[in-house]
Design a protein around this ligand. Structure first.
Ligand code: FAD
Length: 335
């Protein structure tokens, strides 16, 4: 267990915010969690810092996740079950799966961050969410001081949501996830984003997980800013869900509104499109800006502070509310 004192969090968050922390404990294996005494201090489990906005210094202990390891735990002709330690890099696990021709997570290529954070907000992209392949999540519970495990349905997954953002928030450290992938008879999801168009353009008819992952990577690179170059945390807001009544009011004013039906007569609106309609594409505020290629992304254009990024987010929420009567909710964890 490595302990660092009085450090800048700038290298540890993709928004590149220079917040300070008094203490960081680097966790490299499960046993270290049992021996860790937090003495009632607030703590934050930190993976890649790609879904966090620090608006102030962190007054507590940062638990930096470096627990590595991956293993095949079961295999049949049809399927393969994997146990992955939470400090592994998510994209590298996707690449490992596509190299082995295992299907199921190829649409989730190039999502930054760690494996342990993936179930927290039930990461999703191009019609796939981690809940579609997830078998269990194992974690250390600092309240019970025990290792515990939840199966898929117990994780209460929703759109960018899970039990880990609700009743288990600030209580646990996820150490492992179990996923099951297909070795054959896989149904590829190509209906979302531009996947189908790209397949056509590139004349690809025989699908493989590698093909899909490559296309997803190309599309993402063309749309999203690379956090290594420009500070950002991906989509800042969730796509809001509205009733049929609210949708039809919006349709009257904006006949070309972008929406997708979800369950129970609810409709998901494209938050990026709504922000664009408010004329906010490229809008700047104290070094923070709305990304020009994807309005759902806020970037740290020039030495923005966490506070100014939050102010920009509030301006966006306000404008979208005035225009559409719909309140956007942040997807990013604001601290
Ligand atoms: C360019 C870009 C594109 C993105 N695209 C997508 C996308 O397509 N889909 C999507 O869903 N997300 C996307 N994201 C968001 C982000 O990549 C994911 O949310 C990712 O899972 C965060 O991983 P992380 O390790 O960086 O988590 P962190 O930012 O370090 O943590 C996020 C939250 O999870 C908690 N947490 C992290 N690890 C653990 C653990 N082991 N145990 C308990 N709690 C933990 C943290 O305390 C925090 O509350 C994108 C981000 C960027 C920068």
């Amino acid at each position: 267990m490595k302990i660092l004192k009085n450090l800048s969090l700038l290298p540890y968050n993709t928004f590149k915010i220079n917040a300070l922390a008094n203490e960081m404990v680097v966790i490299e294996n499960d046993n270290e969690l049992e021996n860790l005494h937090l003495n009632q201090k607030p703590f934050l489990v930190l993976g890649g810092g790609s879904n966090i906005l620090f608006t102030k210094n962190f007054d507590g202990i940062i638990l930096k996740n470096e627990i590595k390891g991956k293993a095949i735990i079961d295999e049949t002709e049809e399927e393969i079950a994997l146990n992955i330690k939470s400090g592994e890099n998510w994209h590298e696990i996707v690449m490992w799966s596509v190299e082995n021709n295992w299907n199921g997570i190829e649409n989730l290529a190039l999502i930054p961050g760690t494996v342990g954070a993936a179930p927290v907000q039930n990461i999703g992209a191009y019609g796939v969410e981690i809940k579609d392949v997830l078998q269990y999540v194992r974690f250390y519970n600092f309240e019970t001081r025990k290792f515990e495990q939840l199966n898929n349905s117990e994780c209460q997954f929703g759109y960018r949501d899970s039990i880990f953002k609700r009743s288990l928030k600030n209580k646990i450290f996820i150490t492992d996830i179990g996923i099951k992938l297909k070795k054959k008879n896989h149904h590829y999801k190509t209906d979302y984003g531009n996947i189908k168009d790209e397949l056509k353009k590139q004349n690809i008819s025989e699908l493989s997980p590698r093909m899909i992952a490559n296309i997803v990577i190309q599309i993402r690179k063309s749309k999203l800013p690379d956090p290594a170059e420009i500070g950002n945390a991906g989509s800042f807001f969730k796509n809001p869900e509205v009733s049929e009544e609210v949708l039809s009011k919006i349709k009257n004013q904006f006949p070309n509104v972008i929406y997708f039906p979800t369950n129970e007569n609810r409709f998901k609106l494209a938050a990026g499109w709504m922000i664009e309609q408010c004329g906010l594409r490229g809008f700047e505020h104290k070094g923070a800006a709305v990304h020009t290629r994807q309005a759902l992304v806020i970037i740290n254009k020039q030495n923005a502070t966490g506070e100014s990024i939050l102010e920009l987010a509030q301006i966006i929420i306000e404008k979208v509310y005035q225009t559409f009567g719909v309140k956007l909710e942040p997807e990013v964890n604001i601290l």
